[in-house]
Design a protein around this ligand. Structure first.
Ligand SMILES: NC(=O)c1ccc[n+]([C@@H]2O[C@H](COP(=O)([O-])OP(=O)(O)OC[C@H]3O[C@@H](n4cnc5c(N)ncnc54)[C@H](OP(=O)(O)O)[C@@H]3O)[C@@H](O)[C@H]2O)c1
Length: 336
């Protein structure tokens, strides 16, 4: 292992002391992880907070085998040590990375293929808000959903970290964007980000609104994090040959739906989870993002929407904010 500075043996991390509410997130002293071949060690400056961290804290989303038990799926920081077989990165590089866990800590080790340079002009807190959402949206909307220029994307949860990313990227690549969100303020934020139409799902039926906005045709791709009764309604809101991509089932994993819609409209209903995928799969997404999206981040044509920043040791407050559901965009931990 090569390292350019003295790395302490122990670090502060935020651990899940037991499954439960935000207060179970407690600072602990842990060993600094040692990078294996193909991995680098990052001194973390900022860590993104994501809904899956909340699920993990509650005991509903266990880390995949071999991953850290600490929460935290994305970080930004400085490379401080290199495992064997690393050619791209140097000590001192400013990077951001997707992590399979362990981001709520002063140091984290990451596979080289999940690491990207800090987008030009970005602060660490901004860069930490990028990886999880951009990897997820790139794969599910563009690769799995096959969204093309001129098509219409319907994004549920438009004001979420994922939603704000999907709106900006789809619009930057020339798609029309319709989104749903739960308040007027959230809908206004979505329109500012590039959504052509934002539907307050508490006041309007999104199926009717999508049909109206598309001259009766429906949405070509639907990114859904809701599930439950949205399954049937997505089939109704989809265009012929539409692709519905499931990335979460917050309103329920079990639903009754009229599957004849799939046949009549020739729909594809697919989905994926990012965290357990192989390092090779994540490296392929990283390469696509660097080539096609990093230039857009560098000119701020797209950028993470920053909601709140909390110190690492106040991670519980960050989770509280996420669960209150008032946030728009990303919540980030400042690790120092
Ligand atoms: N599959 C994957 O690879 C993957 C990766 C990352 C994240 N995810 C999932 O993507 C979702 C968004 O993640 P995030 O970190 O961006 O979370 P977030 O900012 O907390 O957003 C959650 C969103 O879900 C919406 N929502 C929740 N329940 C709803 C319901 N019953 N009806 C309509 N909307 C509802 C909320 O909208 P309102 O506030 O407007 O109600 C909110 O915008 C999470 O469910 C997360 O687990 C999946």
């Amino acid at each position: 292992m090569a390292s350019g500075q003295k790395i302490p043996a122990r670090m502060t991390a935020i651990a899940i002391s037991e499954p439960g509410g935000p207060r179970v997130l407690k600072p602990e002293t842990r060993d600094v992880p040692l990078p294996r071949p193909g991995e680098i060690l990052i001194r973390v400056h900022a860590a993104g907070v994501n809904r899956p961290d909340v699920q993990q804290r509650k005991g509903a989303y266990p880390p995949p085998p071999g991953a850290s038990d600490l929460p935290g799926l994305e970080v930004s920081g400085e490379v401080v040590a290199l495992g064997d077989e690393i050619s791209r990165w140097r000590i001192g590089d400013r990077v951001c990375a997707l992590t399979p866990g362990g981001g709520y800590a002063e140091y984290v080790k990451v596979h080289t293929g999940s690491v990207l340079p800090l987008p030009a002009g970005f602060t660490h807190t901004e860069a930490a808000a990028v990886p999880e959402n951009y990897f997820t949206v790139w794969h599910n909307v563009f690769e799995r959903g096959g969204l093309k220029k001129g098509e219409t994307l319907l994004v549920h949860g438009g004001s979420s970290g994922i939603g704000t990313t999907a709106i900006q990227l789809a619009s930057a690549f020339g798609a029309h964007v319709i989104t749903t969100a739960g308040s007027r303020e959230k809908c206004d934020a979505c329109v500012k980000l590039g959504a052509d139409r934002a539907i307050n799902y508490r006041e309007e039926d999104f199926v009717t609104a999508v049909k109206q906005a598309t001259d009766g045709k429906g949405a070509n791709v639907i990114l859904d994090m809701v599930g439950g009764d949205y399954v049937q309604r997505n089939y109704e809101a989809a265009a012929v040959e539409g692709r519905i991509v499931q990335i979460a089932v917050q309103a329920g994993a079990v639903a009754t739906a009229d599957f004849s819609k799939i046949m009549v409209k020739r729909l594809t209903h697919t989905g994926s989870t990012l965290r357990p995928r192989t390092v090779e799969f994540k490296a392929a997404i990283a390469a696509a993002l660097e080539a096609q999206v990093w230039p857009l981040l560098g000119t701020r044509k797209v950028a993470p929407v920053m909601d709140m920043i909390y110190p690492l040791t106040d991670a519980w407050r960050a989770h509280e904010r996420m669960e209150e559901g008032e946030h728009i965009g990303k919540i980030v931990l400042d690790v120092g």
